[in-house]
Design a protein around this ligand. Structure first.
Ligand SMILES: *Cc1c(COP(=O)(O)O)cnc(C)c1O
Length: 498
């Protein structure tokens, strides 16, 4: 009995490798060490297992077919449209992979001496410069391994800065109520108290609420621009001036840089420190808990606190430098996820300045096209020109007895990954859609057609939507049970059933 089958729907023949094969079958051949001798004669008795390990007994082709079958069940950007808002699930150009696989990068040892890793150091140095340029910042660290770790790193720079200035009493960070959950989490981890700032009905920061909550205790404002509603905060310069006037710093969550590339630089609109998500904007592989990268860029006044080692250039040579007494120290072992640096660097160079402007143009155009096609079928809580993503509300469908979760599940039947749902929290029954620039018109239309058809079905055949998905190997899960009684380990059936 596999966990897949156990959790609800029919298992569609998907079984665990442990449930396949038969006793004695094998795909490996270990030669006997000496004629007439077995492995047992070679090893001391104390090191021998009393019982053989319970490994699957399968042939090689059986293993290949098993994993190929599982890989086909995976949902990926290479297979299908993946409009997961806030996540920028764009196509990862293959050229990035080729660059990262070059032996000079891929086979480098973490302890390789500097003089033998000059190419990698140069690449990291250049990537730092490119990111600083894109963000309108002065200095960059590539160490953080995720956006959330970048947030923590950036906040640590702010904390060190206030301490250095003799203002350790600044203990609060202001965060708009539309923020990604990692923002308040990073603040808490950094020892800050989170103070939520309200949004106005047009989706912007409520300036009156901001002014009420800003004060001598404020260390920073942490803002996402464009916001998670997909809206550009047009008063960002005014907000930055107000926050700076109170002696606090401006942090920007740069996860949405796909909308700004080559068009607006956070440093130019008042941001002091920001992070990038290489695994979003810069097309490095994303999802499945794989290696991420969340570089942090800052203005000059925060540079002394950046993590060490820094990469410095001496003429034509590059080296690590740890002599920065004010540094917050290391935030990641070694130099960050270097393979991601190579991919992001390849992406930036292959696009060039004009190409990056095209990226943001395409991302914004595609989102606005989809938004226009949704009009009439779904409620649009902020009906204005969007940036690279937009939010819908399933409020109308809720009146018909269906929830946004049902709409998301039904989309699976059309071969689409559902958008982000129930986030941001300030939009009831929220769907957050981000098509990215890498999708063509036919794909966008197919997705829009599916969304419109589902809106129709909610009226004409609600039960069909409610029971979806109909085509997936796993149907609706008992999510509470999955969380409370997770089946994480396979247990062999009792001997009688074998
Ligand atoms: C993805 C995301 C983050 C967190 O980035 P991770 O790399 O997943 O840690 C933070 N803020 C926003 C707006 C995001 O979309």
């Amino acid at each position: 009995m596999s966990p897949v089958g156990q959790s609800g729907g029919p298992s569609n023949g998907v079984s665990l490798l442990f449930e396949k094969g038969s006793p004695g079958r094998s795909g490996a051949y270990l030669p006997a060490p000496d004629p007439g001798k077995g492995l047992r004669d070679l090893l001391p008795a104390a090191h021998l297992r009393p019982v053989p390990p319970r490994l699957p007994e399968v042939d090689e082709l059986g293993v290949v077919r098993h994993f190929t079958e599982l890989s086909r069940l995976n949902f990926s950007i290479d297979g299908n449209f993946y409009p997961l808002g806030s996540c920028t699930m764009k196509y990862n150009p293959r050229i990035n992979e080729e660059a990262a696989a070059l032996p000079g990068f891929a086979a480098l040892h973490p302890f390789q001496p500097e003089e033998e890793a000059q190419g990698s150091l140069e690449l990291m140095h250049l990537l730092e410069r490119h990111l600083a340029e894109i963000g309108g910042m002065d200095a960059t660290t590539l160490q953080p391994a995720a956006g959330a770790q970048g947030e923590l790193t950036g906040l640590m720079l702010i904390k060190a800065h206030h301490k250095d200035r003799g203002e350790p009493g600044r203990t609060e960070v202001l965060i708009p109520d539309s923020a990604h959950g990692t923002n308040p989490a990073s603040c808490t981890l950094c020892g800050y108290k989170t103070v939520t700032v309200k949004s106005t009905s047009d989706g912007g920061v409520d300036l009156d609420d901001l002014k009420r909550k800003l004060g001598a205790k404020t260390a920073a404002m942490m803002i996402t621009n464009p916001s998670t509603l997909g809206l550009f905060e047009e008063r960002i310069e005014e907000i930055a001036a107000i926050v700076h006037g109170a002696g606090a710093q401006m942090y920007m969550d740069g996860a949405n840089m796909n909308a700004l590339l080559g068009r607006a630089r956070p440093g130019d609109f008042g941001i002091d420190v920001m992070h990038f998500n290489l695994h979003k904007t810069f097309s490095t592989p994303h999802g499945g808990g794989g290696p991420g990268s969340g570089p942090v860029a800052c203005r000059k006044h925060l540079e002394p606190y950046l993590p060490v080692p820094r990469i410095v250039r001496d003429g034509e040579r590059f080296r690590f430098d740890s002599t920065h007494p004010k540094s917050i120290g290391r935030v990641k072992s070694f130099w960050g996820n270097h393979g991601m640096h190579v991919r992001a660097y390849a992406y930036i160079r292959h696009h060039g300045a004009e190409g990056l402007r095209q990226v943001s143009a395409g991302a914004v155009l595609n989102a606005n096209y989809l938004l226009a096609r949704m009009r009439g079928a779904y409620q649009i809580p902020y009906d204005r020109t969007c940036m690279h993503e937009f939010v819908l509300s399933g409020n109308r469908q809720k009146k018909q007895g269906l929830r946004t979760l049902d709409i998301a599940k039904r989309l699976l039947d059309f071969g689409f990954h559902p958008p982000t749902i129930y986030f941001p929290l300030i939009v009831p029954e929220c769907l957050m859609i981000e098509p990215t620039e890498t999708e063509n018109r036919e794909t966008l239309d197919a997705f829009a057609d599916a969304m419109l058809r589902i809106a129709e079905e909610c009226k004409s055949d609600p039960e069909k939507v409610h029971r979806a998905p109909h085509t997936m190997p796993v149907k609706r899960l008992d999510e509470v049970r999955a969380a409370k009684q997770p089946v994480l380990r396979w247990h062999p059936p009792p001997p009688a059933e074998r």
